[in-house]
Design a protein around this ligand. Sequence first.
Ligand code: SF4
Length: 100
Amino acid sequence: MVTYLAGESAGQCGPCVFGLAAIAGEFERLARTGDADLARLRRWIDQVDGRGACAHPDGVARFARSALGVFATEVDRHLDGQCSGTHDEPVLPLTPAEGR
Ligand code: SF4
């Protein structure tokens, strides 16, 4: 999602041209290899917030902060080189629908 959002900018302002691509790359490293620097990622997110000509970087920053918070347990797993997702289980486990 962060990579998608980074690609949706018109590429006219520094936070989008440099910041969002870097943030997306760090999320990709975190998701795929766990070889990410969480403190640097959080610093980059703070640095783009409120710096664009429009609010696109602000929205991406809020989305990214929210993802790091909501998925904090999974983020920690990835930083330890693990992942709860397997081919046998959905990556985002869903609770069974009630009444079925
Ligand atoms: S901050 Fe807004 S106007 Fe500037 S490049 Fe990003 S999306 Fe475009």
